[in-house]
Structure formats: structure tokens, C-alpha cells
Design a protein around this ligand. Structure first.
Ligand code: DC
Length: 229
């Protein structure tokens, strides 16, 4: 796309809706930077698991807060467009996708101090604009003035099937029922937590992609950008 505008594009929505696939595609199209904010919460969760700060799904909040200054999360962009998530110098891009992290991430992302640190990082990464961020609170909290806000949703069974196929393709152990239950649990936790719960911003446009291919979603987006003039 030529003469792309200088926007912040905020994409929020439920777990496993294809937010990152969509966000990456439109970032490539507009030559924007893509910021996967879920990966940041996942990296903190991995740190907490590795350091035994979570027991039976319950986070030791005080200990997590105490460790926060020692947790360094950043992204590394490869020349081929791949983005690596780096936790304290280590590439954790694959590990943060495992089911153990998925099961515990809601406990970590519910902690106010964790969110404050991540939001600050996200704002500094996006301040020059020309960014696409995906997450849960981007259009409501991180960038409430974003020029384009999209709220993504899809049928939970379809979302579970997509995530299950992804895990199997990567040789990561999973059962469909477990993946489905994790999605239902995370929807509940993400929408009901006290700190920045997942909710559609008033000015966000809904994209339900249950029946849409990735290309159809990109086409939908192009129409949306055109309509903005
Ligand atoms: O998008 P994801 O499934 O990788 O995100 C992992 C978890 O992180 C998700 O269950 C909720 C949390 N999250 C959040 O609270 N706020 C964000 N901006 C992004 C993710």
C-alpha cells in the first residue's frame, strides 16, 4: 500500500481469535510495526513459573511484584520479518505458547503492577505511531486515542479448533477438550477481572471472523481504511 497513513491500530478481542495473524498481516501491508502484547504477559508468566511464583494456578502477587524490576521483556525483529520475544536475554518465542503458560497467564495479567509495567512499555513502543498492537486493553487503556480500533470475536469451538491445530502442528502436546476449556476459562477471567477487563471500546468496530479466511479479513480491513479516507 502506498502513502499509508500514520495511525495507531488497536486490536482487542477474545483468546485465540486470530488477532495476531490478522495484526501481522495488516502490519506487513501498511509497513507498520507489529506489537504482540499477549506475548509480553506470557513472558512474565513464564518467568513466574520458572521462579516458582505460581502455585496451583495462584500467583504469589507480592513475590511477582518484588521480582518485576528483574523481568526484562523485549522484542527482536529479524530481517525476514519474524519477531522474537526475549525474556532476560533468552529467546522464549516458542515456550510462551505452551499450554502451561496459557493456563497461568490470566493469574499474572490480573496483577495491577504487572499491567502498569507492560502498558508503559507498550506506550513507549507505539509513541512514534505506525504500529499495530493486539491484546485485550489496547483500545480502552493503552491507546484510547488510536485512530483505528477493532474488536475481534469468533465462535469458541472454532477458536479452540484453530489453537489445537496450531499446537499439534508444532508438536506441542494438547487435547481438544483441554484447549477448549482453557479458552472458556480465559474468556471468563479476561472479561471479569478487576484490572482493565477485556471490553469493546465504544468506538471499536467488531470483526467476527468465525466464517472468514485470513485473506477475507484483510480485504475487510482494506475497505475500512478506504472508508476512513
Ligand atoms: O493474546 P494472548 O492469548 O497471547 O494473551 C495471553 C493472555 O494475556 C490473555 O489470556 C490475557 C492477557 N493479556 C492481557 O491481559 N492484556 C493484553 N493487552 C494482552 C494479553
Amino acid at each position: 500500500m502506498n502513502n499509508t497513513p500514520n495511525y495507531v491500530i488497536a486490536i482487542d478481542g477474545y483468546s485465540s481469535c486470530g488477532k495476531s495473524t490478522f495484526a501481522k498481516a495488516i502490519a506487513a501491508l501498511l509497513q507498520y510495526i507489529y506489537i504482540d502484547t499477549g506475548a509480553m504477559y506470557r513472558a512474565v508468566t513464564l518467568y513466574a513459573l520458572n521462579n516458582k511464583l505460581i502455585t496451583n494456578g495462584v500467583a504469589n502477587k507480592e513475590a511477582v511484584i518484588e521480582h518485576l524490576p528483574k523481568i526484562n521483556v523485549r522484542f527482536e525483529r529479524e530481517t525476514d520479518g519474524q519477531v522474537k520475544t526475549i525474556l532476560n536475554g533468552e529467546d522464549v518465542s516458542e515456550t510462551i505458547r505452551n499450554l502451561e503458560v496459557s493456563k497461568n497467564v490470566s493469574a499474572i495479567s490480573a496483577i495491577k503492577e504487572v499491567r502498569q509495567k507492560m502498558v508503559e512499555l507498550q506506550r513507549s513502543m507505539g509513541k512514534q505511531k505506525r504500529v499495530v498492537l493486539d491484546g485485550r486493553d489496547i483500545g480502552t487503556v493503552v491507546f484510547p486515542d488510536a485512530e483505528i480500533k477493532i474488536f475481534m470475536t469468533a465462535d469458541p469451538k472454532v477458536r479452540a479448533q484453530r489453537r489445537y491445530d496450531e499446537l499439534i502442528a508444532k508438536n506441542m502436546p494438547a487435547s481438544f477438550d483441554e484447549v477448549y476449556q482453557n479458552i472458556i476459562d480465559r474468556d471468563h477471567l479476561d472479561t471479569t477481572r478487576a484490572e482493565s477487563p477485556l471490553t469493546k471500546a465504544d468506538d471499536a468496530i467488531v470483526l467476527d471472523n468465525t466464517l472468514l479466511t485470513p485473506q477475507e479479513q484483510v480485504d475487510w480491513f482494506l475497505e475500512l481504511v478506504k472508508s476512513k479516507g
